[in-house]
Write a protein that binds this ligand. Sequence first.
Ligand code: GLC
Length: 435
Amino acid sequence: MSRSVPAPTAGDTDWFEHDRFGLFIHWGLYSLAARHEWVQHNERIPSAEYRKYFDHFDPDLYDPDRWAAAAVDAGMKYFVITTKHHEGFCLWDSAHTDFKAPNTPCGRDLLRPMCEAFRARGLRTGFYHSLIDWHHDQYVIDPYIGPYRDAPDRALRNRGRDQNRYADYLHAQVRELLTDYGQVDLLWFDYSFPNRTEAGEPGKGRSDWRSEELVAMIRELAPGVILDDRLDLPGSGDVTTPEQWQPRAWPRVDGRPVVWEACQTFSGSWGYHREESSWRSVENLVMTLIDCVSKGGNLLLNVGPTGRGEFDVRALERLAGIGRWMHHHDRAIYGCTQAPDGIRTPTDCRLTWHPQRRRLYVHILNWPYKKLYIDGLPHERVHYAQLLHDASEVGLQAISHEQQAAMGCDAEQVATAITLPQRKPDVLYPVVELF
Ligand code: GLC
């Protein structure tokens, strides 16, 4: 049976394709505004006014071990933390800026204990780092992004700014993060927008970040680190990153399937949002994870901790719910990928496949009547079948050409049927494991 395998890239993606499920964390000054991490842009808040969040940032309940425990219990294997988001605030004790956590009332480096806590529980480390910066005094203000994008005095504000010096700062900080914070497994840069020209000026891209030079430095300091694809430098990324939408099929670049990771939030905001009511259900989130793996990808699911340094109850409830499903079903996620070519996904199901153990997993999203039919799977290739959550046997039958025809299906198509119990087992999405 042939199957899709992504094109190799420079970074070490083996662990990543095995682990499949990570925690995104968006944490910064915007957590205090509690109304989206883009609040400074959205409300055009001047720097002097935004300063109030810096002056009041004091996450006194911050305990990264509790964060790591919640991630592990949910079944997550890696985390990606916003070292700096677009607002420019840095969670670590950077030598290159004063706009950092140690200078707020909290008075300490928040990144180091986080890395230690997550690594101690066996998770891999990823850093999200914003290319965009609304705080740095050399970052040239473009007409697209940031609190001063349409300010009448934008030109005046830009006088004397040198984007090249901002790029120096960006490079120096990335060097710091890659040398002072232990092994970094993933770097997630965000983002480039070179194609925006509607205001008559170019957006920002590789020449503004000096992406080529940046990637060369990264590959020298951390040859195996996984890089995302947002540096506006085709060919430099190891992973393709659909955001807030789910691919309909395994994403391809230049015709070949690629390593990919969807990033999704519980609601619409990435940073802590007090009033948002569009939170997704546990069902929907588990379904999203299954959907990613069934198309050969990963899920990076985001939490926005509060200004006191905790995951709020809505996030904790969902992580716990995902963990309840993962407890019985993680075997159908870790090390799994898209099913081999030719096996057709049954109605209301998703398929995942473990190529080394040669097991096929049928994730049942809507409980069928007695039989589940898998077209394209020859009966003689299956030795045994069971429900995954309790290892209870389920029946297997070959479907004859006559039976296929009688059901109005393609008579030439080989098919296998699984006999299921009348009542859906008491798990969110039951999975049948086929040996
Ligand atoms: C976007 C947003 C941002 C968020 C990111 C996560 O590019 O700018 O706020 O951090 O997506 O993927």
